[in-house]
Design a protein around this ligand. Structure first.
Ligand SMILES: [Zn+2]
Length: 375
């Protein structure tokens, strides 16, 4: 099949969503003379697209057209009432749909439909075998959106719409690995009672940011009913960096994936665990993101016939998130001489002993809880 590649799915309408100015809860502060853009800015993706087009791996990437989802496709995950509420919100001008920072304004519906549809186009590429490794470069992000509610910059849960679509097409076991620095609460809630979808989220604490979003992401959220044992939360200490993330992938994520033996792996590919991100408190550098991509690829090769779908989530540092996304793709490709990280400075201050010491505790607690719930 020639030189191995990763397919990049892109649709320009994802740039139409503009949440405006100002920090999350408040919008622009009357105390400031200069308004910062809202963190979930189109520039994030413009830079990600740029580095993939211009970087040394450009000739190993295949650009594919994204598309808009149909309403019926979005309703594979979301309720019709919720989809209606988003379309209505757009008509009313800038609306904070979650009582917090998730803004819907003119252009947001087009962007949200293009994001969900491009994730589905990428899924088609993966499942058809044409592009077994595909990345959907989409926004707004999705993993905080539950079936009936937007949250945390997320309107539609692009990844979960793809997971439902894959399940409906006959894929019997799908694993989601969420390495966005925030808990993938919307994805968790969507599949909490299901044994065909293993949801794994590694994240910093601070799972609660407003009344619509109660604290979540603890180890004792193990799934419910048939879903017991199919949700694994890995809360990481603030300051967790490259060494400890790699250990978490090897010592917690890998065994869980090995036991589940998925036929498809979907990565919630956020870069906000990078050490420059204003919305995260972890310390990953490009090296850490390379390893995330590399290990996800290895697991997909081992279990899923190589089928790996990456869907863009958070990552708000406009420059460094793009470099870190690039490193993920290098890891997926197994590039032997990855790009030198010109920007990282904090990797050397990582203190991996503490986060690594949590790994056996998380494993023990989760195993005991699952065994207890099943007995
Ligand atoms: Zn995030």
């Amino acid at each position: 099949m020639g030189v191995e590649s990763v397919a990049i799915y892109w649709h320009p309408d994802v740039l139409k969503h503009n949440p405006g100015k100002g920090c999350y809860e408040y919008g622009p502060s009357p105390l400031m003379s200069v308004d910062e853009p809202h963190p979930e800015t189109p520039e994030r993706l413009i830079n990600m697209k740029s580095i993939l087009e211009k970087g040394p791996i450009a000739d190993r990437l295949t650009w594919c057209e994204g598309r808009h989802a149909s309403r019926a496709e979005i309703e594979r995950f979301h309720t019709a009432a919720y989809v209606d509420s988003i379309i209505e919100a757009e008509k009313n001008g800038p609306t904070r749909i979650d009582g917090g920072g998730t803004v819907v304004d003119t252009g947001s519906v087009d962007a949200a439909f293009a994001a969900a549809g491009s994730a589905l186009a990428a899924l088609d590429g993966v499942l058809s075998g044409e592009h077994p490794r595909a990345y959907a470069m989409v926004r707004p992000p999705g993993h905080h959106a539950s079936r009936g509610m937007g949250d945390g910059n997320c309107i539609f849960n692009n990844l979960s719409i793809a997971v439902e679509t894959a399940a409906a097409s006959g894929i019997e076991r799908i694993a989601v690995i969420d390495w966005d620095v925030h808990h993938g609460n919307g994805t968790q809630s969507g599949f909490y009672n299901r044994s065909d979808v293993l949801t794994i989220s590694m994240h910093m604490p601070l799972g609660s940011w407003n009344a619509n979003h109660p604290e979540s992401g603890e180890v004792d959220e193990i799934g419910q009913g048939a879903g017991v044992g199919y949700n694994l939360n890995i809360p990481l200490a603030y300051g967790t960096g490259d060494v400890a993330y790699r250990a978490v992938m090897e010592e917690l994520v890998r065994p869980a994936i090995d036991a589940f033996a998925p036929q498809l792996i979907v990565a919630a590919c956020g870069e906000d665990a990078n050490q420059y991100d204003g919305n995260g408190r972890n310390l990953l550098s490009m090296r850490g993101f390379y390893d995330l991509g590399r290990i996800a690829r290895e697991l997909a090769d081992q279990h899923a016939d190589g089928k790996l779908l990456l869907v863009q989530e958070g990552g708000y540092a406009v420059t460094y998130s793009a470099f870190c996304l690039y490193a993920v793709v290098e890891g997926v490709l197994g590039v032997e001489d990855p790009m030198h990280d010109e920007i990282a400075y904090a990797a050397s201050i990582e203190r991996p002993e503490h986060p690594i010491s949590l790994i056996p505790k998380i494993r023990k607690q989760w195993n005991e809880l699952v065994a207890g719930a099943r007995s």
